[in-house]
Design a protein around this ligand. Sequence first.
Ligand SMILES: [Fe+2]
Ligand SMILES: [Fe+2]
Length: 187
Amino acid sequence: MAELQTNFDVSERSGLPSEVRKYLLDCPRPTWTAHPRYHGKAEFFIGYHTFLRAESEKLGSELEKILDSFTTDVADNPDFRKAEDAGLRLIQYAQHHHRIEDANYFPMFAQMHPKLRGGLELLDSDHRALSSALDNMGRTLRKRVPKEDAYGSVAIANDRARELDRLLKRHLFDEEEIIIPIFLGVQ
Ligand SMILES: [Fe+2]
Ligand SMILES: [Fe+2]
């Protein structure tokens, strides 16, 4: 898919750009759960996104807990194990979810709704940015450092987790605006 301009970048935007928003299907978010078709794919995707948001928040809160009561034995700290588990679970489930969207849903939606192609390209570009942020997070969590560098290492992981959380939440919200009305059968 074509490269997008930087103002579409998930790390910089504060919502969907007007060039995408003007083509969204007409179905405002507050009406979704009462829609007769909500209890199917729409509910499944919202549920999956809610799970990803919760895992991302868990990673951040576990890392902050370590920094708040820091000991040099990070590798033996059960909080670090919990943070690592939450992070690796988030990475695995998010990458899996994005692969399915890229391979199956986005091409199908582009066929069904040609006007949404710009928005779907934006989501595809988000996935590439997130893939790199998730890989980076995984490398950070797996890295073992000498005890004297442990605090700095957890602080870096915490910064990366915050940034990842921000990007992920931006992507998930904007993606829902584009795809949930499609699942609801809006034309
Ligand atoms: Fe996505
Ligand atoms: Fe998604």
